[in-house]
Structures are given as structure tokens and as C-alpha cells.
Design a protein around this ligand. Structure first.
Ligand SMILES: [Fe+2]
Length: 244
């Protein structure tokens, strides 16, 4: 059964966003698609929702997914080739989701080129358990090297849910915020959903992405709370997705 088979009437037309810039579609490289068949199913599902361009972002995380730039690019080319052979018509791009760890610190120290999208944008994440002591230094160093950090799913860092100054500081420092669209469907719990609503209200988001990891996410992507939230963001005219 294809989980994305039927489109709900209240579902959002993701063609309005044009681009999904956060997903885990490369097979067998992180906690996303485990194999090529699943990759293709996930990609077909995103096309079915209306997306025209998919920038996939495998994890680069020293402890769990020590992926390397060249390997990611090789796997991306192979997937792109496969889509062409199968006649699957979508623009596929690649970047990465960098965990702010010692590996990234070393890449920056060695001036190794990072995997970017758009205008030198770099997707980053950090610990969801507690605040890391050095993450602000790393973000600053990225800025110094002319990268534009994009904080993936800030609404998931709920240890700061009560101290909104933490997020305000990141915005003032110039970092972009990326909404995980699934947060609006309550996939990560009530507190995350409420923080996402707070960020929408205060116009903190700059970009939205699915952060798609598996085909089960498709049922949630059609929820009406997602349609309402994304419409608010698009009406506010702040989302960069269509330009990516
Ligand atoms: Fe992700």
C-alpha cells in the first residue's frame, strides 16, 4: 500500500513552497531511507504532495553518522541517475544537516568546503537533550567564513521553551530558522507544536522543510494544522523556499 496514495481535500498544496530543503532521502546513509526502493517511494510521495525541487540533507554527525562530503556527493549522483533512468521528474539537490560537534569544528578549522544550498546556506542542528557549551562559537565561526547557518527545527529544542531569550539571541545574531513542517501536526509532541506556533506568531521562521525520514510521515503531512500554519507563513511573505 502506498501511504501517500490519497490526497486529502484539506491538504496543503506544497507546490506553493516549490522546494523542500530538508529530508533524508539518500539510501543507507543515516536514519532516513534504508534502501533505494524506499528512497524512490519517499521521492514520489513528495512529488505527489506538489514539491518541484528536493534538496536532501543527510546527517553529518561524528558519533552516529560520520558521513563525508565526497561520499554524500557520490551517492547523490547515483540516486539522481537512477531517477532519470526511471523517468521520475523532479529537480534533486543535495546539502547536509551538520551537527555542531568537533567534526564540524575541524572542518571549519581546516577550511574544508561545507555542503551548502541556496546562497551559501548551511543546515545545522545541535543537541536536543541540553544546551551545548560551544555551539554559539561554531555558528559564529561559520558566519566568519561567509556561511549562513540555518537552524533546523528550533521548535524541537524545548529545554529553552520557557526562556524565549535563547531563540531571540539566535535571531538577533542573524541565523535563519527552519520550521519542521511535521511539528505543526504534533508529530514531536504538544510542547514542540506550541513552540512552533509561537515562532509563527512572532515571524521567526525563514524556511520550512519536511525533515522527511520515512514514508509514515506522509499521513501527517496532509493534516489541516499544517495547511493553516504554512498558509500563515506564506501570507507573511517571509519563506525563502520558492527562491531555492
Ligand atoms: Fe533532519
Amino acid at each position: 500500500m502506498r501511504l501517500w496514495g490519497k490526497k486529502e481535500s484539506h491538504a496543503f498544496d506544497f507546490g506553493l513552497l516549490k522546494t523542500d530543503m530538508h529530508s533524508h532521502l539518500l539510501p543507507g546513509i543515516d536514519d532516513g531511507a534504508p534502501d533505494l526502493a524506499t528512497s524512490v517511494e519517499m521521492i514520489n510521495g513528495l512529488i505527489h504532495l506538489g514539491f518541484k525541487k528536493l534538496i536532501t540533507t543527510p546527517h553529518i554527525m561524528q558519533d552516529m553518522y560520520p558521513n563525508k562530503r565526497d561520499d554524500i556527493l557520490r551517492r547523490y549522483e547515483a540516486l539522481k541517475q537512477h531517477l532519470e533512468t526511471e523517468g521520475i521528474n523532479v529537480e534533486l539537490g543535495v546539502a547536509a544537516e551538520y551537527f555542531l560537534d568537533d567534526n564540524l569544528k575541524k572542518l571549519l578549522a581546516d577550511k574544508e568546503p561545507l555542503l551548502t544550498f541556496g546562497n551559501n546556506l548551511v543546515l545545522v542542528e545541535f543537541s536536543m537533550a541540553s544546551e551545548q557549551y560551544n555551539f554559539k562559537e561554531l555558528l559564529f565561526e561559520m558566519q566568519m567564513q561567509n556561511y549562513q547557518p540555518v537552524i533546523a527545527h528550533p521548535e524541537r529544542y524545548i529545554y529553552h521553551e520557557r526562556s524565549k531569550e535563547f531563540f531571540e539571541e539566535l535571531k538577533v545574531a542573524g541565523y535563519l530558522f527552519q520550521l519542521n513542517i511535521l511539528s505543526l501536526a504534533g508529530v514531536y509532541g504538544k510542547t514542540v507544536h506550541e513552540l512552533a506556533r509561537y515562532f509563527i506568531k512572532h515571524q521567526y521562521y525563514d524556511i520550512a522543510g519536511t525533515d522527511l525520514h520515512n514514508v509514515h510521515h506522509f499521513t501527517h503531512l496532509q493534516s489541516s494544522s499544517i495547511a493553516h500554519g504554512l498558509k500563515e507563513l506564506l501570507d507573511a511573505g517571509k519563506l525563502l523556499n520558492p527562491e531555492l
